[in-house]
Write a protein that binds this ligand. Structure first.
Ligand code: SF4
Ligand code: SF4
Length: 559
């Protein structure tokens, strides 16, 4: 450790740190474009110039190591003057198109220009013109004029994605970012360069020109594209999810997420095939009904079957709370057969983030008892029992089991099929009752990733259920926004419920006396009944998740 003084205050820091790291560690921000905490140092933007006493010239904080007794000034007159000059220099050729730039509102150059520059340029000549719309690959667009040559995107591809695809060509103020000859920016993590880019040079083909950043709300949640559960921000405008961006969690995904997760894991929330209310099959056709009718129908059908004729399938897509209450309902009924399907893609993993298990919560479903016996070994047994008609009533939680042709055939032999689903799918087409369940973007619950880390999902879009929980705010919101806004009206029309709540409603009609006002109460019970969850609360899980305790020995689901 060494002692250094930054802006008159003394700090003790590790001796191998740079000045910018030491400052960041102690809550002091030194402006920077090219430096990034987990990329190599390139030292080319020069915005992080600081003054070090007894050193004749200003030094760049990103590439200067601390030394014992070092005295650093980050805001002296010399530093401010140099920073002004660097910003003026960078802005010489940067187009002033903030009003039409996607980055506006989250642009480092815009922020620094307001904060640190003198607000005017002495440059009176024509700016250098460069290409404005260059497709770098399937997902990323480049505006070459906006590039400030920080090289963050190049270093990301080289060092993190391990796919060298980007490079600078030409010299001086004619430098241009491009791909290597014959290459595209198409690695599985290519879109991370969009957030890395400190300006609006790199934009998402999917999101560009669709929303201004200040018109969206951002909710901290996780990606459900695989069992990694990357931490994300979910950006919503007018009740429609516009984009997902990665959220820093050094234990799970660091600063990154993959393009698949970013682009494909929220479409079903916005999709037109949402199931807006429960449905019961009448005269061969699924008909929308109220919740009371659907729930009593399911309860009376359950009563008409013997317990050995019933089976349930939990869901690796559903939350810990949903799976726990499904297991508890089956326990209450004395039903032993509860399984959960895996959705693995052989070879579908890499060394950075992507996992073979393409579901977010198989581990959680296992831990809370929705996978009794070893499910892999017993799935063929379950299929055989379905095919031979031994199982007559099947209860399926949020999984499109009929997408698998073997299951599609097996469930055709059933007498009765009850399905929780948020969107129409192959299984809902065959169901006798469809219970409209909420998506992960509408729920305040938990999932457990492949590392046995419990993480929270949070509601970002509105359905009737969410607003019901907001104590009658629904009608006032509908008055305020509904009249002018299709999305809000649509959200308000979607009468879906969290799966745990649906299961709870059915159990109570069957004679259970479960009183859960919120998912958090279900989680409290999980924490008190499942040893590995012991001691966990939503508060402890917090923003970064919490690792489960001892491994599950046996599942005891209390009634
Ligand atoms: S495109 Fe953006 S990230 Fe890449 S070098 Fe230019 S400014 Fe930096
Ligand atoms: S690695 Fe998995 S969890 Fe992470 S963004 Fe990709 S799909 Fe989502």
């Amino acid at each position: 450790m060494v002692k250094i003084t930054i802006d008159g205050k003394q700090y003790e820091v590790e001796k191998n740190m740079t000045i910018i790291q030491a400052a960041e560690r102690n809550g002091i921000t030194i402006p920077h474009f090219c430096w990034h905490p987990v990329l190599s140092v390139s030292g080319n933007c020069r915005v992080c110039l600081v003054e070090v006493e007894k050193t004749p010239k200003l030094v760049i904080a990103c590439a200067t190591q601390v030394a014992d007794g070092m005295v650093v000034h980050t805001n002296s007159e010399r530093v401010i003057k140099a920073r002004n000059a660097v910003l003026e220099f960078i802005l010489i050729n940067h187009p002033l198109d903030c009003p039409i730039c996607d980055e506006a509102g989250e642009c480092k150059l815009q922020d620094y220009a307001y904060k640190y520059s003198v607000g005017e340029s002495r440059f009176e000549f024509e700016k250098v013109r460069k290409p404005k719309r260059v497709s770098l690959g399937p997902n990323v667009m480049l505006d070459v004029e906006r590039c400030i040559m920080c090289s963050r995107c190049i270093r990301f591809c080289d060092e993190i994605a391990k796919k060298p695809q980007l490079v600078f060509t030409k010299r001086g103020d004619h430098v241009e970012l491009t791909t290597y000859p014959g290459e595209q920016l198409d690695n599985p993590y290519s879109m991370n360069v969009i957030e890395l880019c400190p300006v609006g040079a790199l934009t998402s083909k999917d999101f560009r020109f669709r929303a201004r950043v200040w018109d969206m709300s951002s909710t901290d949640t996780i990606c459900v594209g695989c069992s990694r559960g990357c931490n994300t921000h979910m950006w919503v405008r007018n009740n429609e999810i516009m984009r997902l961006t990665p959220r820093l969690n050094t234990d799970v995904n660091n600063y990154w997420m993959c393009d698949h997760g970013r682009l494909n894991t929220f479409r079903h929330v916005n999709a037109g095939n949402r199931i807006n209310s429960p449905m019961v099959r009448k005269d061969g056709i699924l008909v929308e009904v109220g919740w009371e009718e659907a729930i009593s129908k399911v309860a009376s059908e359950i009563k008409s079957y013997k317990k050995h004729e019933i089976a349930a399938i939990g869901s690796a897509y559903a939350t810990n709370e949903d799976n726990f209450l499904l297991a508890k309902l089956m326990n209450f009924l004395g039903v032993k057969r509860i399984r959960c399907l895996t959705h693995w893609k052989q070879g579908g993993r890499d060394d950075l983030l992507i996992q073979e298990d393409k579901t977010p919560n198989y581990r959680g479903a296992q831990e809370v008892g929705a996978v009794q016996d070893s499910s892999e070994a017993n799935l063929p047994g379950l299929i055989e029992m379905l095919q031979t008609g031994k199982i007559k009533f099947l209860y399926v939680l949020d999984d499109d089991i009929a997408a698998d042709p073997v299951f599609a055939d097996a469930i055709s032999k059933l007498d009765y099929l009850v399905v929780h689903a948020s969107n129409e799918n192959e299984t809902t087409k065959r169901a006798d009752v469809v219970l409209a369940s909420s998506t992960y973007a509408e729920k305040n619950e938990t999932m457990t990733n492949f590392q046995r880390r419990v993480q929270r999902i949070r509601p970002a879009v509105t359905t009737l259920e969410k607003d019901r929980a907001l104590d009658g705010l629904a009608m006032s919101r509908l008055d305020k926004f509904g009249a002018q806004n299709d999305r809000w009206t649509k959200g308000m029309q979607c009468d879906s419920r969290s799966s745990w709540r649906i299961t709870c409603n059915i159990a109570n009609v069957l004679g259970a006396k479960w009183r859960y006002a919120a998912a958090e109460e279900v989680f409290k019970e999980i924490a008190s009944t499942i040893p590995s969850f012991r001691g966990l609360t939503y508060l402890k899980v917090g923003m970064n998740g919490a690792i489960l305790g001892q491994k599950k020995e046996s599942v005891t689901v209390k009634e």
